[in-house]
Design a protein around this ligand. Sequence first.
Ligand SMILES: [Zn+2]
Ligand SMILES: [Zn+2]
Length: 385
Amino acid sequence: MEGSHVKEEQLELVDVIHVEGMGNGVFARKHFSEGDVVMSERPSVVLELSYAKDELAKKVNNFLRRSACEEAKLSCAFQWTLWLCHFFQLPEALRNRIETEVYSPREDDGVAGVIQSETFSDADKFSHFLSDFCSSSFTALMDLPELEAVLDVDAARLKRLMLLYICNFHQYQGKAALFLKCCKLNHSCRDANTKYVVDCSGLALHVALRDISPGEQILTDYLQGIPFMSTHERRKKLLETKLFTCMCSACLSEDDLRLLPCTSRGDEGEACQGSCSCRDGRWMCKECGREEEVETFLSQQFLRLCGLGLAEASNKSRAEMAEEFLKVEERMVKESYSKIFWSVEEMGKKHAHFSSALGRQHPAARRMEWNVERTMAETSVTVGG
Ligand SMILES: [Zn+2]
Ligand SMILES: [Zn+2]
């Protein structure tokens, strides 16, 4: 554990090497033991995203509200505008380094999925909107003079900067930060061998989760271990927030959903005992062959397990069903995450159902709340999501 006492930047124990289909990757230059700090870096740019705390963020928010255009309502509009305002105020040398060294996806860069992402086309729309709006509206630059530089920049370069933001910024103490070297770490849903943490001095650490051999690729989990996602959900999230289709070992194999059994019944009324799996968003029972969209299956399972769908059920039986549901859920939490498929958002929604049906003070509802909070605490929200 001696590595975890690193107090300063440490970037020389790894090499950055080009990897086919993944752009650059970071590789270990030496052996690391579990708990060692593999890389540590201070951010080159920190963006305060909260408009309650930051004057520029507040101005950007007002600017977008007043512009009253469809594009201003795009989900990334605020972060993109804030980033561009911030970017053009950075020292020129740093701007050059960012634009030459940091990855920004292109249609033809060989990374799977890039152009399927909605974020990619949103960046296209928004970059044109900004350059047209700033050059045609008198008030635009009065409201937000920080955007003046945009007048000299073409939409293609703005788009590139927006996508660069989406793909490289890390969540950092409630803000967004860019690390020039650590942003080159690739992702794996299952084989991440490091974990990203920020120490009390603001230094970002990538800590080994297991022993790592020299020459091995250093991988991180961009979703920060969100354990409740199916492959379908994970890939969707990675495509929209990081603009690639994940091809890691977990994403290429099917989800095993045997913990939530098939609910079909045969002629004798016997419940089907088949094991179930999930691929490409479809749930399937391997025994009786029943197939559903995974979302449909999950909502049926949820209603069955906690009984909230039965208007005639008494509170007592609902509470019993809720208890049963929690037991199943706890068992799932203990199993490996590839078998678990509920996202934090879905858990939050289920908790809201519980609270309204049972009352917030009911022990089952409180335990559910605790589960959601614990999961939230273990999960970092991805920047740009
Ligand atoms: Zn994956
Ligand atoms: Zn079945």
